[in-house]
Design a protein around this ligand. Structure first.
Ligand SMILES: N[C@@H](CCC(=O)N[C@@H](CS)C(=O)NCC(=O)O)C(=O)O
Length: 203
């Protein structure tokens, strides 16, 4: 099995953390979907990473599908609870955290365009998604130990990856000042070896 991904993608980090938590061996193939000679479209017609290539050649994308697959192939450290209601709550957390990443990535991409072509309304719109997304993450976490209550889950992994991606690409967004409960969660997550071993390289 191999994971085609970049080290900085927050979606790929979510998958790498899931692999580590579940103690699943997997080769890592570093690929930038933006490189001129990228092979990513050979594996994912959408040209995005991460992609998981199974031993029989089956390709899985996107990160949410990959993580769900990984959680079912090994019973070690269940990341998505089985009861339907709890499962959906965790998937909602993942959608919210990934959505914050989507907006953060969109701003990075817009920032790569020549200054005169950048659309301020579009940038503001994406920033609004980050701000409201963070507010919802903070509200939903409240004073709980973990996002889904008492047990560590995919919700924590997705939230931790989104917060770390903001630190990596949008250091000016001071989510720490506004959400001490998210800070506490991020600090707790940083102590897990799965998080410590997947820290993205600083650009
Ligand atoms: N929803 C997808 C998002 C994947 C994604 O947008 N990945 C970025 C890298 S962070 C990418 O490959 N972008 C290339 C492109 O949009 O063409 C997932 O969860 O895997």
């Amino acid at each position: 099995m191999k994971l085609i991904a970049s080290y900085t993608s927050p979606y790929a980090r979510k998958v790498r953390i899931a692999l580590a938590e579940k103690k699943i061996e997997c080769d890592f193939v570093e690929e930038s979907p933006w490189a001129a000679q990228t092979t990513v479209p050979n594996y994912n017609p959408l040209g995005k990473v991460p992609v998981l290539v199974l031993d029989d050649g089956t390709t899985l994308f996107d990160s949410r599908v990959i993580v769900e697959y990984l959680d079912t192939v090994s019973p070690v450290s269940r990341l998505i609870p089985e009861p339907n209601r709890q499962r959906i709550v965790v998937k909602r957390w993942e959608a919210l955290a990934d959505g914050v990443c989507d907006a953060a990535v969109a701003i990075v991409l817009e920032g790569k365009r020549p200054a005169r072509q950048q659309d301020k309304d579009w940038l503001d719109r994406q920033r609004g998604k980050i701000d409201l997304g963070l507010k919802e993450l903070g509200n939903e976490l409240g004073e709980r130990a973990w996002c889904n209550g008492e047990a560590y889950s995919l919700a924590d992994i997705a939230t931790g990856c989104a917060l770390a991606y903001l630190d990596l690409r949008h250091a000016a967004i001071d989510w720490r000042a506004a959400y001490p409960n998210l800070v506490k969660l991020a600090e707790k997550l940083a102590k897990r070896s799965s998080f410590a071993e997947t820290i993205p390289p600083t650009p």
